[in-house]
Design a protein around this ligand. Structure first.
Ligand code: BGC
Length: 766
């Protein structure tokens, strides 16, 4: 990636290379949370991945597959046949190529000169997905004849339903046709979930003497436009598109005929507006996001500032804020990777951004987990447990577990590797609880707390109660046969992260019960009736003090699990310096890696970051120095945790190195980084590194803490956040920090370096 100019709001690729289409398709993806689309080019290339997804429209293609977001018919498609020759950048000479995404208004522009035989044209492609109208997207193409002879042009543009999810075709073709002599519609239906889709497009051409013809093919419907472009003249084509589905929650009638009508009425109503006006309307919606708690970094390294704009842009295009039945996929809506499924990435990595800056979106995300209690009960029951066991991968909230069972090739056996996460990566249950607790602590949302959060907090503790196994010899409760955050260790006993977080979950529920019985017996009784809490709590109270919590060794190292510290170590330099993430598996299979002290991502260190009061600083430092060298950072979730923890430990130079690497996971120069989609969790990590890491904000045991520390490269950092309905701005300088909020009588109490402070309006701490 070449960031030609220092621009804080733009990522740009100069020069075209069809080997690396995946990179810009993902990092320049467009969307609005309802739909997301990779920025695949209008014309086709064999190396492209042409994906567009509508959030929440899960479908299971076949019995032996798990449900996934279907790749919907492609509407960006436009072929240009110039003097009889199909246009492609793989032919002829391309110059002045630029593909750029304006993060501020969500506009994608691609432009270049193209020469082939006697042809010389300048192309400009512009497009956006409206942030103001969730169903609407549009593109605008200008073709300019740079020669002194006329050039004949044919444009083929329509809807292409031949796209698949890497071969799985999720749709029955459905009807298609021309409506009101003007709009093209296609109405496919997903084969198993039976979701109807309505695609509508209209064209506006600005060219002379155009003849046109409609055509249909299998799963395709398109227009053909023919005209001659005189020398030194230009022509434009605007494509107006919309997508509706039968599960949309902003339309009242879900009959297909009604949805078709709605789509056509919208297209007609928008006829009076130009591309420019509709883009402007969308840009105004974007500016609401940019105005909310802007982050400003005073530094020579413009990429740091660009990174937070990049992260926020993507967090908003991938998050289905409009519907609490939907959540964020690990690749957002920008690729087939992880099938659109939701992981712990939401609670531990993305949710904090929303908790602190868009509490209404955070509410929708945690409500999804409340609705997911049904799915979590299903999973617990299937595994012989009680309460709510959250799925490792989630699709529709009531589905329960959707993790696929078979994955990548095993280099030793030549067979697919079994994916155990859906069975035994169980820390997800306390991660969800942790996220919910953070949400209620940061927002103070009393209604959600009483109506939904308590139930999640108790029901997850109930699960842990049934999950604990008694070890008669040692006289403690343990959690055997799990995968911790480090997925390179399977079937381990007593993963520290899992045991400590389960213990926290159980302890929290017991304290909550005590508090409710005392202060809100009615609420307690309601939940008691529903969840049979009396028995559950008695059982938990018996077990809680005997839950095994792996203790530090004499050297101060907290064992990642029962066997980790006795495994052999190998030199990881070769793998840590590589760009790709699977280098290790070119040399070893998972079974072999299981027997070595190699950690995929922050595991013990994540525990130390999230529960910072658990161990003293010295011990954290020792563990950091022990585990980091053994960590390959093969998960994009790893670096941000290391950046924050090392900042907490005062290792600011090291922290800043992690920070820069973490910002480069998608934005950096490695061109194959994002083929399967953007790394959603790492984007939440970028915000966390800035606000939690350097801004020093943390919500610990229900208390707000602010202890900033700037890296050397930054002179000043300004950020803001919402806390219990108050909007707070913080300015951090080298010598101290300053907080402001509206003087409205609502004081904010926070802690900093052991001291309690009360913010009324303005406060400086030097
Ligand atoms: C990581 C998991 C993560 C998943 C989805 C995996 O590679 O190890 O922790 O939840 O990717 O991002």
């Amino acid at each position: 990636m070449n960031y030609v100019k220092e621009n804080l709001w733009q990522i740009e690729e100069v020069g075209f290379d069809s080997r690396y289409l995946g990179k810009t398709e993902s990092i320049m993806a467009l969307g609005n949370g309802y739909l997301g689309s990779r920025s695949a080019t209008e014309e086709h290339y064999t190396t492209e991945r042409r994906d567009t997804f509508v959030a929440g429209t899960f479908n299971k293609f076949a019995e032996n597959e798990v449900s996934e977001l279907p790749n919907i018919p492609d509407m960006w498609w436009m072929d240009f046949i110039i003097n009889g020759e199909i246009f492609s950048l793989e032919k002829g000479i391309t110059s002045n190529f630029s593909k750029r995404l304006n993060l501020k208004n969500g506009e994608l522009i691609r432009e270049f000169d193209w020469e082939f035989a006697t042809i010389k044209l300048h192309f400009t492609f512009r497009r956006f997905v409206s942030k103001a109208r969730r169903h609407y997207l549009s593109s605008f193409v200008t073709v300019e004849n740079l020669t002194d002879i006329p050039i004949s042009i044919q444009i083929r543009s329509g809807i292409d339903g031949q796209v698949t999810n890497s071969g799985s075709q999720h749709f029955h073709e459905g009807e298609k046709g021309l409506v009101n002599g003007k709009y093209i519609q296609m109405m496919p239906q997903t084969n198993e979930s039976e979701i109807d889709f309505v695609f509508t497009i209209g064209h506006r051409l600005n060219a002379k003497n155009v003849s046109e013809r409609i055509e249909m093919g299998r799963r395709q419907i398109f227009m053909n436009y023919f005209f001659d472009l005189p020398s030194n003249n230009s022509a434009t084509i605007e494509k107006r598109m919309s997508v509706y589905t039968s599960i949309d929650n902003d339309i009242s009638d879900h009959e297909i005929s009604e949805i078709r009508e709605t789509a056509i009425s919208e297209m007609e109503a928008l006829e009076v507006f130009s591309f420019e006006e509709l883009l402007q309307e969308s840009a105004e919606k974007w500016s609401e996001i940019w105005e909310k708690h802007p982050i400003e970094i005073e530094t020579e390294n413009f990429k740091d500032q660009l990174a937070i704009h990049f992260a926020k842009y993507h967090l908003h295009i991938m998050t289905p804020a409009h519907n609490e039945h939907m959540n964020i996929g690990a690749k957002g809506l920008s690729g087939e990777g992880y099938k659109g499924h939701t992981f712990w990435d939401t609670e531990i990595f993305m949710l904090p951004y929303f908790n602190f800056t868009h509490p209404e979106i955070a509410k929708s995300l945690v409500t999804y987990r409340y609705l997911g209690l049904d799915g979590a009960h299903k999973k617990a029951r299937n595994n012989g447990y009680e309460g709510a066991q959250y799925p490792w991968e989630a699709a529709n909230p009531t589905d329960g577990e959707v993790t696929p069972v078979w994955g990548a090739a095993d280099i030793v056996t030549g067979q697919s590797t079994k994916i155990w996460s859906g069975f035994i990566e169980q820390h997800i249950t306390s991660d969800v609880t942790f996220g919910v607790k953070q949400y209620i602590d940061v927002t103070g949302d009393q209604e959600f707390t009483e109506q939904k959060a308590y139930e999640i907090l108790f029901d997850t503790a109930k699960f842990w109660g049934s999950r604990l196994e008694y070890n008669t010899e040692k006289d403690y409760y343990e959690i055997k046969d799990v995968i911790g955050p480090d997925e390179y260790k399977e079937h381990v006993n007593n993963n520290a992260y899992t045991n400590y977080t389960a213990h926290w979950n159980v302890t929290y529920a017991l304290n909550l019960a005590k508090e409710l019985k005392e202060h809100d017996p009615e609420t307690f009784e309601r939940l008691n009736q529903k969840l049979e809490l009396d028995n559950v709590l008695a059982d938990l109270a018996r077990k809680v003090d005997k839950i095994f919590l792996p203790q530090p060794t004499d050297e101060g190292i907290i064992p990642q699990d029962d066997s980790y510290l006795s495994k052999k170590t190998i030199d990881l330099t070769k793998y840590k310096s590589k760009d790709g993430v699977d280098g290790l598996f070119h040399d070893y299979n998972l079974e072999q890696v299981n027997e070595m002290q190699i950690t995929k991502q922050a595991d013990v260190l994540l525990l130390l970051y999230l529960f910072e009061g658990l161990f003293p600083r010295e011990m954290k430092l020792k563990n950091f120095e022990y585990y980091e060298p053994k960590t390959t950072h093969d998960s994009s979730l790893s670096l941000s945790t290391h950046a924050i923890l090392s900042a907490d430990l005062g290792k600011l130079d090291e922290s800043y190195e992690f920070f820069e690497k973490a910002c480069n996971i998608d934005m950096g120069e490695y061109m194959k980084s994002s083929d399967d989609g953007i790394h959603a969790g790492s984007l939440g990590g970028i915000w966390q590194m800035i606000v939690f890491g350097y801004g020093g904000v943390r919500m610990i045991d229900g208390k707000l803490r602010i202890e900033p520390h700037l890296p050397k490269a930054w002179n000043k950092l300004t950020y803001g956040f919402d806390y219990h309905g108050e909007s707070i701005t913080v300015v951090v300088m080298k010598e101290g920090f300053e907080l402001t909020k509206e003087d409205n009588g609502n004081d904010v109490v926070f802690f900093s370096n052991g001291e309690a402070y009360t913010l009324k309006n303005k406060l400086s701490i030097l």
